[in-house]
Design a protein around this ligand. Structure first.
Ligand SMILES: [Mn+2]
Length: 332
């Protein structure tokens, strides 16, 4: 099982100073796999900088090591090795990283099928439920023992990216690794309380506004596509920050009969972040790719310029065409 990490372990043994990075707008897997790996490397005596362009969302600040994450690389180089985790494109690591002249050898560890293999070494495994699983496997292959702090981070990475073990990515391997991480000290209820039972009231004020935008449409009058909109004005009125709308798209998908859920989030003047969720029949990664985005079969997204109505028309057309290509459907 360790063979796929042979080259990576060689670089770990050779290197002294390491950089670990993940994507902008970080969520549980980005932060958990970043910190899990940073702590693992520190535990074997390596000098490690953990970097995220963006701040760690409030709900993940309890993660062990979160207070060591830096948000500027100006005086940090040079590095022997940079690990990029959970990130499909180099640009998504943020401007600060792209501008870094001395990242050393880039090792790209990810589970997005749309990863463009920007590393010198690429460990890309779309069947992994989370990048945290790859960090787990690397640690196991390198003989690094999990302490409680690493375990909590990797457990959160797998727990959040599997939607609390609800998604189809919840493989036997994901459950097995989560079990081992619980054995190593991750506390499932403590994690649930901190991640899912600890939201500020302003999140629910925002959610109430967003749910009022619900539209359900589809082919032949069937309600197979549900969409929601969140505007800058709603963020302002509720006092909620952007990250608090994470996951709202799942309310659209969660409707009876709906195959695809969409959330249009206004992020600038005539600019929208579009999140797509599928129950399985529609491959939303393929739709996102057509708009220069990426993701997984059941969860993908992209950013696009235009008015809401223009964007909505294009996205709905793309989903309708994917729906009409479903087995047993007649195209119309
Ligand atoms: Mn992930």
């Amino acid at each position: 099982m360790g063979a796929r990490f042979d080259e990576v372990i060689k670089e770990i043994n050779k290197g002294r100073r390491f950089l670990v990075v993940s994507h902008v707008s970080p969520e549980g897997d980005a932060i958990g796999s970043l910190l899990g790996l940073a702590l693992a490397l520190r535990s074997i005596g390596k000098d490690v900088v953990a970097y995220l362009e963006d701040q760690v969302p409030e709900m993940f600040r309890f993660l062990p090591g979160a207070d060591t994450i830096v948000h500027s690389l100006d005086v940090m180089g040079p590095f022997d090795v940079t690990f990029a985790v959970d990130c499909g494109q180099k640009e998504r690591l943020g401007k600060g990283f792209v501008a870094l002249k001395t990242p050393g050898m880039i090792i790209n560890m990810d589970h997005h099928a749309t990863n463009d293999r920007f590393g010198a070494i690429n460990v890309i495994e779309p069947e992994a439920s989370a990048a945290g699983e790859l960090v787990y496997d690397l640690c196991a292959a390198a003989g690094i023992k999990f302490d409680r702090e690493m375990a909590v981070n990797l457990y959160v990475a797998i727990h959040t990216d599997t939607g609390s073990f609800r998604y189809s990515s919840s493989s036997p391997a994901a459950f097995m690794k989560a079990g081992e991480l619980v054995k190593a000290g991750a506390d499932p209820w403590d994690v649930s309380c901190r991640v899912y039972e600890n939201f500020p009231a302003r999140k629910y004020k925002l959610l109430a506004m967003v749910l009022s935008t619900l539209e359900v449409t589809g082919l032949d009058g069937r309600g197979e596509i549900a969409s929601l909109v969140v505007t800058l004005d709603m963020f302002k009125k509720s006092g909620a920050e952007t990250e608090l709308s994470d996951g709202f798209v799942n309310y659209a998908r969660g409707i009876e009969g709906v195959e695809a859920g969409v959330l249009f989030r206004e992020c600038g003047v005539n600019e929208y972040k579009v999140s797509l969720r599928s129950k399985g029949a529609v491959n939303v990664a393929a739709i996102a790719s057509a708009f220069n985005g990426g993701g997984h079969k059941n969860a993908a997204g992209f950013t696009v310029k235009g008015s809401l109505e223009e964007i909505r028309t294009k996205v709905m057309a793309a989903i309708r065409s994917a729906l009409s290509a479903m087995p047993g459907r007649v195209a119309n």
